[in-house]
Design a protein around this ligand. Structure first.
Ligand code: ZN
Length: 212
């Protein structure tokens, strides 16, 4: 063992300070250092140099950062997938709405209209429709009867609602209307509100005055 040259030992020292040497090499170096001052100085100098060097990130830290980065990537991936799916859904709803601008007919049972308040001038009623909708109406000047129904596109129901929520309250002005009915797709009618005989008489008188 004694005949290993200092040159070889110094190569091994390099491996030792890097913790890359085998145990056998390390004990060889240790033995040599006990007897060789030159190599001991070399070893000490190298050690000092290493200790004063700015510390590099450890492997553990590398591993941790890699893990965090992978996590970040997977979160990003899911966000991208979800955003793409939302975009597709929006596009689909938009396309169907575009191809069917009139939308779906809403029947009375689905609209679930109910009167909230009524005073001598007006009636306030509301509906239970999810999302926005449009209304179509017809007014008969001779009878004072107002008939209406609602329609809804997918866009109204699922998209537009989030940006421009509709006020679901509707007002009937008694001076303008005698009866308000909801018309289903099959033509059947449901009265939402109807004036009393006295009120009807008043409307007819004022209407006659207006015409005369
Ligand atoms: Zn030596």
């Amino acid at each position: 063992m004694k005949d290993i040259s200092c040159e070889i030992i110094r190569d091994l020292i390099l491996l030792c300070v890097d913790h890359m040497a085998s145990q056998e090499s390390e004990s060889l170096v240790k033995d040599h250092l006990k007897t060789c001052e030159g190599c001991r100085n070399y070893y000490d100098a190298l050690k000092t140099e290493l200790e004063t060097m700015p510390t590099l990130p450890s492997r553990e830290q590398d591993a941790r950062e890699l893990k965090q980065f992978k996590h970040f990537l997977s979160v990003k991936k899911w966000q991208t997938v979800l955003a793409a799916m939302a975009g597709l859904l929006l596009l689909l709803v938009g396309t169907i709405t575009y191809m069917n601008p009139k939308g779906r007919y809403i029947d009375y049972d689905e609209a679930r209209l109910s009167v909230i308040t009524e005073d001598q001038d007006m009636v306030l009623f509301t509906d239970s429709i999810k999302g926005n909708y449009r209304w179509a109406y017809d007014f008969d000047v001779n009878t004072g009867e107002y008939s209406l129904h609602y329609t809804q596109t997918l866009w109204d129901r699922y998209v537009d609602y989030h940006f421009h929520p509709l006020d679901h309250n509707h007002t009937i002005l008694k001076k303008d209307t005698v009866k308000e009915v909801y018309v289903d797709e099959d033509g059947s009618q449901t009265t939402i509100w109807e004036a009393t005989k006295e009120e009807k008489g008043r409307w007819q008188t004022s209407e006659k005055d207006g015409l005369g």
